[in-house]
Design a protein. Structure first.
Ligand code: HEC
Ligand code: HEC
Ligand code: HEC
Length: 443
């Protein structure tokens, strides 16, 4: 008996050793090294730190690396994933708890290669597949900012909430090898489109790289990688779904002018739309801080994208008039139409056009016509608020109707909106409203 248990123990030990060796060997093979001893090639000067601060805005580092009510960049925000909650880390220059002891090479490896300080693979919750496109010049400025421009915070990192064995990190190295291309030869400019102008290239660089717009606007495969990291991929920026919220396509954007895109990104509103959902934070933390030149470059790039354009509702003047006339006459209204006249008309008007830069249009709006009605239901129940930005400080609120309208009333109203004027999208059921309402209670 004794002998037997000893041999079992021995076998287990041998197996453990072999597995560990294999894991080590494989991770060694898959480790796309970079140079952890690399030093910053230039002195850290105030202009370099300032440039890095701007780029940190473009990359929206603060959004993920700051917990609600927490100190900037001190980490601790829980990010849901299919295997559990991943907590963002402290990236302040605190030597003990943050990245204060990191060399430039350590920083480069984390940002562009997804390799942590200790050699572990990072979860792609950190958008390193996009950040792989950051130029050396910009990465150096970012490093300078995180070393000298950010206040150190001595806050320990939270352990991830992922059960063993899913918490083992080395399999992530396979994911990384398959789905995150190595940083380009950074001396080469990133070519956006064949024959792209310098402005389009700048836009492509910002959208694909630091801006990581594809992390929400590109659909993901079953293995969770984005189905493309640049416009050569069919799926790139064709729109997706985020926690039940429709994320519109950015390809070509035929329904908006270049200026409308610039206004939306710079102020959270334009002559037809207002921002809501997670894009609101992107505008508040990131794009509203970008220069006019950079916003224009991004808009020019998005407009240049051909391929699968969003299935847009075409303007249909006859139907616009029919809906408007019926709402104006207020006779024989359906329940959905009556609820609109009673609750929404004061701001969005009978023609569904709203008022430029104040109340968004509902006729033709992305959020109304999205395949998935989750975002529309969410706005009706919870209301929304246009963010205050430097360029447009006023906050424009829309009240929520969760208390006033039942699930079936919201369903009738949303169904009217999705079929009124030129809109052409499917009906909404009370069950769909119910499930969105439940997520509101949870928050
Ligand atoms: C979409 C969310 C998100 C954004 C945006 C983001 N990060 Fe991260 N980052 C994370 C998460 C989550 C981790 C931890 C990953 C892990 O534990 O494997 C991380 C890890 C890191 C690490 C490794 C640090 C450590 O202590 O392990 C660095 C460095 C880093 N991020 C820097 C940045 C910088 C700089 C930016 C902005 C340019 C940025 N991140 C933007 C989510 C994000
Ligand atoms: C965290 C996820 C996320 C990121 C990152 C993100 N977006 Fe968005 N974006 C959204 C969501 C959600 C919407 C829908 C907003 C709504 O329903 O009001 C949206 C809407 C938009 C719209 C409006 C499109 C329309 O037809 O109404 C534009 C333009 C846009 N985003 C551009 C960008 C750009 C450019 C970037 C990168 C700099 C970016 N987004 C990054 C989530 C994101
Ligand atoms: C007091 C004025 C007001 C009333 C009443 C009102 N809204 Fe709004 N609505 C707004 C404002 C302001 C916004 C922009 C908020 C934002 O930035 O998301 C908005 C946004 C929206 C959006 C999102 C548009 C987009 O492009 O993202 C939808 C959909 C919407 N309202 C539908 C309705 C419906 C349906 C009703 C009636 C149940 C209604 N609203 C009542 C003022 C109002």
């Amino acid at each position: 008996m004794k002998n037997k248990s000893r041999s079992v123990l021995l076998t287990l030990l041998v197996i453990a050793l072999v597995v560990a060796l294999l894991a080590w060997g494989v991770s060694f093979l898959l480790n796309r090294s970079g140079d952890p001893t690399a030093k910053l090639e230039q002195p850290i000067t105030p202009p370099l730190v300032e440039k890095g601060a701007y780029l940190a805005r473009v990359g929206d580092c603060v959004a993920c690396h700051t917990a609600p009510g927490g100190k900037p960049f001190a980490g601790g925000l829980g990010i849901g994933s299919p295997i559990g909650t991943i907590y963002s880390t402290n990236i302040t220059p605190d030597a003990k708890r943050g990245i204060g002891n990191w060399s430039y090479g350590d920083f480069e490896r984390a940002m562009r290669r997804g390799i942590n300080h200790n050699g572990d693979a990072l979860y792609p919750a950190m958008p390193y597949p996009s950040y792989a496109k950051i130029s050396n010049e910009d990465l150096q400025a970012l490093y300078a900012y995180f070393m000298k421009g950010v206040a150190p915070v001595e806050q320990p990192n939270k352990a991830n909430d992922i059960p063993w064995p899913l918490s083992i990190r080395w399999p992530l190295a396979y994911w990384r090898t398959l789905f995150s291309p190595l940083p380009d030869d950074q001396a080469k400019p990133l070519v956006a489109v064949e024959g792209a102008t310098a402005q389009e290239q700048r836009g492509a660089y910002l959208v694909q790289g630091l801006g990581h717009c594809g992390s929400c606007h590109t659909p993901r495969a079953l293995t969770l990688q984005e189905t493309g990291l640049d416009e050569s991929a069919k799926g790139y920026l064709t729109g997706a779904e985020l926690n039940g919220w429709a994320v519109p396509s950015l390809r070509g954007m035929p329904h908006w002018t270049q200026q409308q895109i610039v206004d939306y990104l710079g102020t959270g509103r334009n002559s037809t739309a207002s921002v809501a959902g997670e894009m609101k934070d992107v505008v508040a933390n990131s794009t509203s801080h970008m220069s006019d030149a950079d916003l224009t470059a991004m808009a020019v790039y998005l407009k240049s994208l051909e391929g699968k354009e969003r299935q847009l509702t075409q303007a249909k003047p006859d139907r616009d008039q029919a809906t408007t006339a019926k709402l104006t006459a207020a006779k024989d209204l359906t329940l959905g139409e009556r609820l609109y006249v009673d609750n929404c008309n004061a701001c969005h008007f009978v023609n569904g056009e709203g008022a430029p830069h104040v109340f968004p249009r509902l006729n033709g709006a992305s959020v109304v016509n999205a395949d998935h009605p989750g975002a529309l239901i969410n706005v009706i129940l919870a209301g929304a608020q246009t963010p205050s930005t430097e360029r447009a400080p006023s906050v424009l609120p829309m009240p929520g109707f969760a208390e006033r309208l039942s699930d079936s009333e919201v369903a009738e109203l949303a169904t009217f909106l999705r079929g009124g004027w030129s809109n052409e999208a499917g009906a909404v059921t009370a069950d769909q409203v119910k499930s969105v309402r439940q997520t509101l209670h949870r928050h």
